[in-house]
Write a protein that binds this ligand. Sequence first.
Ligand code: PLP
Length: 364
Amino acid sequence: MIPFMDLDAQYRAVQEEIDEALFKVIHSYKFINGPDVEAFERNFALAQDVKYCVGCSSGTAGLHLAFEILGLQPGDEVLVPTMTFIATSEALRQVGARPVFVDIDPVSYNLDPAAIEHQITSRTRAIVAVHLHGNPCAMEPILAIAQRYQLKIIEDCAQAHLAEYRGQKVGNFGAVAVFSFYPGKNLGAYGDAGALMTNDAQLAERAALLANHGRREKYVHLIEGYNYRLDTLQAAVLNVKLRYLPQWTRQRIENARLYHDLLCNLPIGLPEMTTEKKHVFHIFAIVTDRREKIIQQLREHHVAYGIHYPLPLHRQPAYASLGDVSGRLPVAEKLSDQFLSLPMYAELQPEQIEFVCNLIKKAF
Ligand SMILES: *Cc1c(COP(=O)(O)O)cnc(C)c1O
C-alpha cells in the first residue's frame, strides 16, 4: 500500500521533539499566545524572508483578515483563479466582495496572465494569486497588470511554503500573503492553523489587532475584531517541524524529479519544472485523458491518489448564483477532467515512485 501522504512516517521522524514541545506547553498552562506563538511568527518570517508574520487560526481566517485589512468593500470585485480550493474565494463574502473567476494557464495551472485583463471592470480591486500545487505564479506579468489597473495583490501561499519565483520567496510579491498549516500541507500543524504575512508594518499591526479581539492589552479593545489567533499547541508543533521544512522540501523536489524522469516518455502532462520557479510540490499532478484507466491500476495495487480539483470554482453549486459561466473558462474545465495527483511526501521512497510509474505505464 502506498498512501497519498504519510503523516505517520513524518511524526516518527520528529516524535521526541514534538512530544516534548507539546508537553512543555501543557505544563506551562499558557494555551493562548505566549512564547511559542511569538517564536513561530519570528521563525516563519525568517524562513519566508517576509518582515511580518501574524499567526492565525487557519488559512481561511488569514484570507478573511487579508481582504479586510486591504479595505475591500461590498460590491468590489476580486479576480480569483477558478482552479483552487474554495477557501481562496470564500472569505470574500465576509467583506461583501465578489469573486470573478479567471482561467488558468495550461502549463503552470496558475492564473493565466493573458486571461486576467478582459475580466477587469471598473469595480475590480484586487487579484488573488494562488501558487497552486506549490508552483509559483508568473508574478512579473501579474504585477504589471496590477500596477496598470491599480489592483492589490493577495498571494494565497497555502500550498507553497518556501517556493520561489526568480530567487525570491513567495509571500513577497503581493501586499499581503496567506499561508495554511492544515495538517496535510507542506508545513502542517496537528489541527487548524495559518498565517498572514506582509512587509507592511501597518497592515501587520492591523491584522494582529483584528485577529485578537481588537486589543493590545487584555481588556482594552481598540476596535472590534475576531478570535482568529494561532493556537499555542499548534505553534509548538510548527516550531519543531519548521526546522525540518527545508530538508522535507528538498526531498519532495527530488521525488518530483524521479517521477519526471520515469514518466517523461509517456503522452501525459507533467508539472512545470523551470529554473525560474522553485516548485515545492505540495501536489504532484499529472494531466491525462486516460485518468480512469490509470486510477483502475492504482486502486488494484492499493496506491492512493487525489484529484485537485474535480470541479473548478465557477462550476461549484455554491457559485451558481454568479451566473452560468460554464464553457467560458475552458482550460480549467478541461484540466479538471484530466488532473490526477500521485502520492507525494518527503518520506516517499524511490522504489515506491518506480512502482507507481510502472502502474501508470501499464495504462498505455
Ligand atoms: C488549504 C488551502 C487554503 C485554506 O487553508 P485552511 O488552513 O484549511 O483554512 C486556502 N487556499 C488554498 C489554495 C489551500 O490549499
